[in-house]
Design a protein around this ligand. Structure first.
Ligand SMILES: CC(C)(COP(=O)(O)OP(=O)(O)OC[C@H]1O[C@@H](n2cnc3c(N)ncnc32)[C@H](O)[C@@H]1OP(=O)(O)O)[C@@H](O)C(=O)NCCC(=O)NCCS
Length: 139
């Protein structure tokens, strides 16, 4: 992983990140547009982590901390670069950020049918809790 660079995304990265997610991410989010990502980066400039190899974007994770919960979103690795430890490196970086901010536990929402993701989260030390359901209301 020595050739892997992990850095914070900045506003000029937004279009590349949105393109990357169309190829690499699972599912879409209500915030998946230029304004949505710009709001994230403007509110918390260290939240969106990018993994690059030779200057090419190969992975992302959002490490969101609101002072109460640590939430990991948008863990995604380019299909051509999987099983090389990139998600592991991104989660390490996210967890280091959370720990430095005083976070105590990391939450991740993972689709029930996304078995590949279950393996990856489990390998990183996460476990599933069965007694929650997501409750939502669009604004
Ligand atoms: C899930 C995902 C992020 C994993 O990224 P990755 O860089 O390939 O993961 P890593 O190489 O760090 O894998 C770490 C460990 O996770 C487990 N793992 C990862 N992918 C796996 C797979 N397809 N099958 C079984 N185990 C897997 C393995 O234990 C692996 O260690 P190993 O390769 O030494 O066996 C990637 O497959 C992806 O982007 N998928 C689409 C987006 C997605 O579903 N994101 C998660 C949303 S909740």
């Amino acid at each position: 992983m020595s050739d892997l660079c992990i850095r914070h995304a900045a506003l000029p990265d937004i279009d590349a990140v949105l393109r990357f997610w169309r190829t690499a991410a699972e599912g879409t989010s209500i915030s998946d547009d230029h304004d949505g990502v710009a709001r994230l980066i403007s509110r918390d400039p260290e939240a969106l982590l990018l993994a690059e190899r030779d200057g090419t974007l190969v992975g992302t994770v959002i490490a969101g901390f609101d002072g109460w919960r640590c939430s990991a979103y948008r863990l995604a690795v380019h299909p051509d670069h999987r099983r090389q430890g990139i998600a592991t490196a991104l989660l390490d970086a996210a967890e280091q950020r959370f720990a430095a901010l005083g976070g105590r536990r990391v939450d991740a929402m993972v689709l029930e049918e996304n078995e590949r993701a279950h393996h990856a989260w489990q390998a990183a030390g996460y476990h599933r809790e069965d007694h929650w359901r997501r409750w939502v209301k669009p604004l």
